[in-house]
Design a protein around this ligand. Structure first.
Ligand code: ADP
Ligand code: MG
Length: 281
C-alpha cells in the first residue's frame, strides 16, 4: 500500500548568494494512512517551510514529497492546511457558513452537498447554529474551530496543521486537542501536526518527528504507543507518557546546547530562547 505521504531528501533554501537562508537541510520520513504524526522542533527550524512545501505553496530546492504516491507540485487535491493565524485565514465579511463552504466552490460539489458538508463539519466542531454569525462575533477558540471545520468540510485525505493552537488559552487548547483527536478517529484522516509544545506532541501523536535546529534534519522519530482514546489527565499521568516526554525534551535540549557550545556571542537566537523556555516548563 502507498504511504499517505512520503518526504524524500527534501531541502529548502530561501534566496541565493549572500542572502541565502538554508532552512531545511535534508528531510526524509513517511506517514502511514490514518496516522497522526507530530513534528516538533525549535522555532525557526523550518517547520512552516516544510508544511508549505508539502502543500505545494513552495517548491523544495531539492528532493520531493509525494501524496498517496503522487508528486506534490502545486496545491494537491485531498489536502487541507490549518494555520496558526486563523484570524487571517477566515474572511471577516463572510459568514461562518460561507467561510466553511469556500474551499468547496472550486471543487465539483453541488450546492446542496456544499451546504450539508458544511453543516456536518460545523457539527463535528460543536458549532451548529453559528452558520450565520461572522468570524469577528466569535472567540479565538471558536474561530479556530471554524478553520478546522473548513478543513473538514473539504473531506481531506491529509490534514496539515501548523501550530494551530499556539494562540488560544490553555483550557481552549486542551479542548481543541481533544476535538482534533476525535475528528481524526471518526473521519480516519491522516494528520501531520506541527507544534513546538512537547506535551501536546506526545498527547496527540502516533509518532513524533523531532527536528534539529536550522538547517533542519530529522533528529529522531519517536513512536508513541499510548492507548486511545486519550485523556488529558489520565494519559498525562501515565509513566509511559512522562518517559516519552522526557525523551523528546532531551532531544530538543541537546539541540539547544549544541548551539550554545558553538555560539561565541552572548546573544541567544530567538528560536533557542523559545525552545529553552519550552524545555524549562
Ligand atoms: P518555524 O516554522 O520552524 O518556526 P520557518 O519555516 O518559519 O520556521 O522558518 C525557517 C527559517 O527560514 C527561519 O530562519 C526563517 O527566518 C527563514 N525564512 C522563512 N521564510 C522565509 C522567506 N520567505 N525568506 C527568507 N527566509 C525565510
Ligand atoms: Mg512556523
Amino acid at each position: 500500500m502507498d504511504h499517505a505521504l512520503e518526504v524524500r531528501g527534501l531541502s529548502k533554501t530561501y534566496g541565493t548568494g549572500d542572502q541565502a537562508v538554508r532552512a531545511i537541510d535534508d528531510l526524509t520520513f513517511e506517514v502511514d494512512p490514518g496516522e497522526f504524526l507530530c513534528i516538533v522542533g525549535p522555532s525557526g527550524c523550518g517547520k512552516t517551510t516544510l508544511l508549505k512545501c508539502l502543500s505545494g505553496l513552495l517548491r523544495p530546492s531539492s528532493g520531493a514529497a509525494y501524496l498517496e504516491g503522487k508528486l506534490i507540485e502545486k496545491s494537491p487535491d485531498g489536502l487541507a492546511l490549518v494555520f496558526q493565524e486563523y484570524s487571517r485565514s477566515l474572511l471577516p465579511w463572510m459568514t461562518v457558513g460561507a467561510n466553511v463552504r469556500l474551499p468547496l466552490l472550486g471543487q465539483r460539489v453541488r450546492r446542496s452537498e456544499r451546504r450539508s458538508r458544511a453543516a456536518e463539519a460545523l457539527a463535528a466542531v460543536g458549532l451548529t447554529g453559528f452558520e450565520d454569525k461572522h468570524p469577528w462575533q466569535l472567540s479565538g477558540g471558536m474561530q479556530q474551530r471554524v478553520a478546522i471545520a473548513r478543513a473538514l468540510a473539504y473531506h481531506p485525505h491529509l490534514l496539515l496543521m501548523d501550530e494551530p493552537f499556539a494562540s488560544v488559552d490553555a483550557q481552549t487548547r486542551a479542548d481543541l486537542e481533544d476535538l482534533v483527536l476525535d475528528v481524526h478517529e471518526r473521519f480516519g484522516i491522516t494528520v501531520v501536526f506541527v507544534t513546538h509544545d512537547i506535551d501536546e506532541s506526545v498527547y496527540l501523536a502516533d509518532r513524533i518527528v523531532v527536528l534539529s535546529h536550522r538547517p533542519t534534519t530529522v533528529k529522531e522519530i519517536v513512536s508513541v504507543p499510548l492507548a486511545r482514546p486519550r485523556d488529558q489527565i489520565a494519559t498525562k499521568e501515565l509513566p509511559a507518557f512522562i518517559e516519552l516526554r522526557r525523551r523528546v525534551i532531551r532531544q530538543i535540549k541537546g539541540e539547544t546546547e549544541e548551539i550554545d557550545d558553538t555560539d561565541e556571542s552572548d546573544d541567544v537566537p530567538a528560536g533557542v530562547a523559545a525552545a529553552r523556555e519550552e524545555v524549562a516548563e
